[in-house]
Design a protein around this ligand. Structure first.
Ligand SMILES: [Zn+2]
Length: 393
């Protein structure tokens, strides 16, 4: 089964001609067409030269782009923290401790409740053009609750992250070293078979550099690849720890020193920015302009979670990145697609080169710039997931 999408006003490919993986920069064609064959992109080029296909879709001059790749999300949880958000907007600062409220609610929830919430959020993401998403555990923080969180996440995505080291749970308040032992021992053992990644919240109030190193090393030994929550609430060692560990991504990067930027520049670690968090915690935005100018690989992700940022909307995050982090519309869209793919070490998504997975978004708009130009407006018209229509407005 093949499908020709033609009459595309702007086709964002993120590949140069002849490339089979995403290029370092945004790339697009005007008056374009693409052909899906089965689950993959089989052809892209000028609409007038398109080959025939079994089925034909007329894009009517609209923009078509790769599905968004959300490399950072916490979707397995119960409860909500709208009151905490309202209090924060009234002047109470955000701290890592709020996570514990969600931990209590998550432990008290049934598997069915957690699964329902998770699938509802995954559906929200798809409707907003996210075709690949990462999903972390981290609100269970017991062996059984982390294991079920990872198992539930594995039902909805291949990008499952074990985040037993999210915060030290209350019952280990006086014995954080004992919790690190648990997170590196029986908890990791229970989670590793279904996870791809190990993550740690390396921050004041969560885990320090030495604890983070131990946790990432244990995860690696169990076959998981590292990623790190780094430098969200202040300057600290998170980015350096991530680079040392060969992490795929250092996430947040809100407070970076020159040394942090140098370390990222010489590494295979992506700087993942989560502008929805700064929006929702009323913190200063990271200087994304400086990261792009330094030549770093940058991703934008939602960080969808009930505490610091409860949005599942990549278009919203793109709009924030453009307007408040001073990057271009092209840079933001690249970061939300190809950048996210790099942060997950995937070369089959985030671009529309021949052979890529046919994860495709069509907007009711003539260009990618509309994602930031029309903030808050639902513009996703259709989403193809692995070559099949997965969602339609
Ligand atoms: Zn996070």
């Amino acid at each position: 089964m093949s499908t020709l999408i033609t009459n595309i006003g702007e086709l964002v490919t993120n590949t140069r001609e002849g490339d089979s993986a995403a290029s370092p920069g945004f790339a697009f064609m005007s008056d374009a067409a693409l052909v899906i064959d089965g689950t993959e992109i089989a052809w892209t080029g000028q609409a007038g030269k398109a080959p025939a296909a079994d089925e034909r879709v007329d894009a009517a001059g609209r923009v078509v782009l790769p599905g968004f790749v959300d490399s950072h999300a916490h979707l397995v949880f119960a409860g909500e923290r709208g009151g905490e958000f309202a209090a924060r907007m009234a002047g109470i600062p955000y701290s890592a401790g709020g996570i514990r409220a969600t931990v209590m609610a998550t432990r008290a929830a049934t598997d069915a409740e957690l699964g329902r919430n998770l699938r509802a959020l995954a559906a929200e993401m798809l409707a907003q053009g996210i075709t690949t998403f990462e999903c972390k555990s981290g609100y269970g923080l017991t062996v059984a609750d982390e294991a079920r969180s990872v198992a539930l996440a594995a039902e909805v995505t291949a990008e499952v992250t074990y985040l037993g080291a999210h915060v030290v749970p209350p019952e280990f308040e006086s014995d954080p070293a004992g919790y690190v032992d648990l997170a590196c021992g029986p908890m990791l053992e229970a989670c590793a078979p279904r996870a791809k990644w190990v993550d740690v919240f390396c921050e004041r109030g969560a885990f320090d550099a030495d604890q983070a190193r131990v946790i990432l090393a244990a995860g690696r030994a169990a076959g998981l690849q590292p990623r790190v929550h780094a430098n969200q609430l202040g300057h600290g060692p998170g980015v350096q720890v991530a680079v040392e560990a060969g992490a795929a991504s250092a996430d947040h990067c809100t407070y970076l020193s020159d040394g942090d930027i140098d370390a990222l520049a010489g590494s295979g670690t992506v700087a993942t920015l989560l502008p929805g968090v700064e929006f929702s915690t009323r913190q200063p935005y990271p200087d994304a302009r400086r990261l792009f100018d330094a030549g770093l690989t940058v991703a934008i992700a939602t960080d969808c979670n009930p505490g610091s940022c409860f949005t599942s909307s990549m278009p919203f995050c793109i709009a924030l990145a453009v307007r408040d982090m001073r990057i271009t519309t092209q840079e933001a869209v690249w970061a939300a697609t190809a950048g996210g793919a790099r942060a997950l070490r995937r070369d089959d998504v985030g671009h529309l080169g021949v052979g890529a997975r046919a994860d495709i978004v069509m907007l009711n708009a003539p260009s990618h710039a509309y994602l930031a130009y029309r903030p808050g407006v639902p513009q996703v018209a259709s989403v193809w997931l692995g070559g099949s229509l997965g969602w339609q407005a």
